[in-house]
Design a protein around this ligand. Structure first.
Ligand SMILES: NC(=O)C1=CN([C@@H]2O[C@H](COP(=O)(O)OP(=O)(O)OC[C@H]3O[C@@H](n4cnc5c(N)ncnc54)[C@H](OP(=O)(O)O)[C@@H]3O)[C@@H](O)[C@H]2O)C=CC1
Ligand SMILES: N[C@@H](CC=O)C(=O)O
Ligand code: NA
Length: 454
């Protein structure tokens, strides 16, 4: 008996998935048992890069999720609605779901996983984070015995592609964005990429898998790359850094908790300690493993105990790479359908769910406010070119306990001197108080850039 798919969407990812499923030679033999039964699209008139018979393609997506012949729904249409309702309907109808939709999972994960668990079916989402990179299943399975301390990633291919080309070619932001859209990396609305929202969805998913608590998206501090200028890229380069859009989820332990938990004597306390979850452009030291991740590539560095550091690297977007993740999820489900004893009653299906494939849902994690974050900063100031300005900046920083790692004045913008500082670790709240005082100095014209340093 074959496994029948209903695919919702035939855009970049849907087309890549159909292409992969239509070209099975040399791939896993179980693929032979998978059959594309129905494919849902918005428009029947659009030219398609794949051949599908006209009775397979439809605009009636409800009919696909209600079709009793379909075993697995593959949601690659994107957007929040009707994607969310169609996923919920499919699950209620007892169908497994594979989705690449991080926006839906980051917002409605709890509702979706609850519905799936009640129906005794799985929701698979490998493509939702890191495109083709296996990172969801490793966090759920291979790394699940570790106490995760931090997940730090470059998880948006579009912005990494843009920043890389701005750095290597000195290209202009909007031209490079158009190329990323053309290559199929960007979301339908690229604002989600450029403003960091796509990365925020992804780190919320990774943090909830890695740390075991639900993440409220509104608690994820999110800053995109629009304000990253060629000037800052050039200064960063001189200072030994590259600028990357990082998504960071980190367990924060106060020094007291730290003492108790470093030996992991009190594991419960470790699990309950708050997290910092954020997305922002970051100066990454050139020697750091994430500094050399360029173009559409993504990488996710996971730090845990006892594993130490593990980095997942690969193509984070694009048709083929994402189709690889979607199709592996399909294959996983096909294997589990094959090995599952035929069971008609729901209760026994729930009992037979593999906890390492299913997604749990938990309490919300506590997220520390950004003012409490301890990090290094890079800031660029435009000031009058007069004696004593650097001293005045130093005094303001000193007033709030901000210690400077470096301070340079190399350039000019017209009549104004350009001063760049990099701080040592400082509480963000203190740094911002110092900046407020600096802004009020007569000699200071503006503070065009403020970036965090890894
Ligand atoms: N592109 C990428 O590299 C990656 C994308 N993803 C995720 O995969 C999902 C799909 O992305 P992508 O393939 O790029 O998106 P596209 O915009 O290229 O494709 C969307 C597809 O869904 C169909 N569709 C959308 N809305 C409806 C609707 N209301 N009714 C019927 N059909 C609809 C469209 O139909 P039609 O063709 O008729 O317009 C189209 O075929 C998104 O969730 C995205 O975040 C994840 C990883 C990487
Ligand atoms: N738009 C996303 C696609 C993959 O999730 C990206 O650029 O990474
Ligand atoms: Na992935």
């Amino acid at each position: 008996m074959g496994v029948k798919l209903g695919i919702l969407g035939l855009g970049t990812v849907g087309t890549g998935t159909v292409q992969l499923l239509q070209d099975k030679t040399g791939r896993h033999p179980l693929l032979q048992e998978i059959e594309i039964c129905r494919v849902g699209v918005r428009s029947l008139d659009k030219p398609r890069a794949v051949e599908l018979s006209t009775d397979v393609v439809t605009t009636d997506l409800e009919a696909i999720v209600n079709d009793p012949a379909v075993d697995i729904i593959v949601e690659v249409m994107g957007g929040l609605e009707p994607a969310r309702s169609l996923i919920l309907k499919a699950l209620s109808n007892g169908k497994h779901v594979v989705t690449a939709n991080k926006a839906v999972i980051a917002r409605f994960g709890a509702e979706i996983f609850t519905t799936a668990n009640q129906a005794g079916v799985y929701v698979m989402l490998e493509a939702a984070v890191g495109g083709g990179i296996p990172v969801i299943q490793p966090l759920k399975q291979s790394l699940s015995v570790n106490r995760i301390q931090a997940v730090t990633g470059i998880v948006n291919g579009t912005t990494n592609y843009i920043l890389t080309r701005m750095q290597t070619e000195g290209s202009n932001f909007s031209d490079v964005l158009a190329d990323a859209q053309h290559l199929g990396y960007a979301e339908a609305d690229p604002t989600a990429d450029v403003d960091g929202l796509d990365a925020a969805d992804k780190i919320a998913i990774l943090a909830s898998l890695g740390f075991g608590g639900r993440i409220n998206l509104k608690d994820v501090y999110t800053e995109g790359i629009r304000q990253v200028s060629k000037t800052d890229i050039a200064y960063a380069e001189k200072l030994g850094f590259v600028i990357k859009l990082l998504a960071i989820a980190k367990r924060i332990t106060s020094s007291e908790e730290d003492r108790e938990t470093r030996g992991y004597g009190d594991a419960q306390k470790f699990y309950l300690s708050p997290l910092s979850v954020r997305v922002h452009p970051t100066l990454v030291p050139k020697a750091h493993p994430l500094a050399s991740i360029n173009g559409v590539y993504n990488a996710i560095l996971v730090e845990g105990e006892p594993i130490g550091q593990v980095m997942f690297f690969g193509p984070g977007a694009g048709a083929g790479a994402t189709a690889s993740a979607v199709t592996s999820d399909i294959l996983n489900l096909a294997a589990s359908l094959k090995s599952q004893k035929v069971s008609t009653d729901n209760q026994s299906k729930i009992g037979s769910l593999n906890p390492l494939l299913a997604c749990g849902h938990h309490e919300y994690s506590q997220i520390v406010p950004m003012a409490e974050l301890i990090t290094r900063f890079y800031a660029r100031f435009l000031t009058n070119d007069q004696p004593g300005v650097i001293g005045k900046l130093g005094t303001c920083f000193g007033n709030y306990g901000v210690s400077l790692e470096s301070i340079v004045q190399t350039g000019f913008q017209g009549e104004l001197a350009e001063i760049v500082v990099v701080t040592h670790d400082v509480r963000e709240g203190n740094f911002r108080q110092a900046l407020a005082e600096i802004e009020s100095l007569e000699a200071v014209e503006s503070i065009p850039s403020l970036l965090r340093v890894l």
